[in-house]
Design a protein around this ligand. Structure first.
Ligand SMILES: [Zn+2]
Length: 249
């Protein structure tokens, strides 16, 4: 089964559902370790590029998924999942009340999730070198950042391995060009993304059985919460810095 999809950046292509070979890719532990699963999977299921969107693509050339934005890759992954197993994604959550913990069954239609398109302004910034600038609301400090691509995604597991004790400082600095915070964001986002993909596709693997539904959910949710904590702290630290600079001592 194949379908034409339009990704958030405007990239348009034909994707197909997974076959047995790709399901094996998902079960491959070595690939899981080096972060190569998503690439293998997308490369196999991306059949043809119809409109390259913001990506430079020579006539007849194959789209380099490493240059494709994380948002597009994730969208394509969701669509591959929908084509393979159907658009309904069912999962269970536990009641947050510790005395209850009742399991609540939930279901979402993957083709009906809200998608935020890449704005024209962002598209221009991406094509012009993938450099974005913004001013932090509290500190008033100007920061430059980039949007993550497939190549960035692939570097993150190695980055985390090389500095496991400095995970927070290591990953956020990767994304925000100024300051150590840029590495944290990227790494935590990546963990969430991999866990989410794993939760959606990996139901029959041994690792999934080990973690269980709840375990995988934690891998999806915790990095996001950690990121919020880290970003809050980062902004406050910026604020304190600015305050000490301006208050009389
Ligand atoms: Zn309850």
């Amino acid at each position: 089964m194949a379908d034409v999809i339009t990704c958030p950046s405007g990239l348009q292509g034909r994707v197909r559902g997974m076959k047995v070979r790709e399901e094996r890719v998902l079960a491959d532990r070595k690939l899981a370790k080096n972060g190569g699963q998503v690439d293998e999977l997308l490369a196999a299921c991306w059949e043809a590029t119809i409109d390259p969107g913001p990506y430079a693509l020579a006539e007849g050339a194959v789209l380099d998924l490493g240059k494709v934005l994380q948002g597009d890759r994730f969208f394509a992954l969701l669509m591959v999942r929908a084509l393979t197993y159907g658009p309904e994604y069912a999962f269970g959550v536990s009641c947050r009340n510790d005395n209850c913990r009742a399991r609540i069954d939930w279901e979402v239609d993957l083709t009906k999730l809200p998608v935020r398109k890449l704005s024209e302004e962002s598209r221009v910034a991406f094509v012009g070198g993938n450099r974005f600038e913004t001013t932090l609301p509290d500190a008033g400090k100007k920061v430059a950042f980039k949007l993550l691509t497939g190549d960035d995604e692939r570097k993150l597991p190695a980055l985390q391995r090389s500095a496991p004790d400095k995970l927070l400082s290591a990953v956020l600095a990767y994304r925000v060009v100024d300051g150590p915070f840029r590495f944290v964001s990227a790494g935590l986002g990546c963990v969430t993304l991999v866990a989410l993909a794993f939760g959606m596709f990996g139901a029959d693997t041994a690792a999934f059985e080990e973690l269980g539904d709840g375990g995988v959910e934690r891998w999806i949710a915790y990095p996001t919460v950690l990121w919020m904590l880290a970003f809050g702290g980062y902004l406050m630290a910026q604020g304190a810095d600015a305050r000490s600079k301006w208050s009389p001592s």
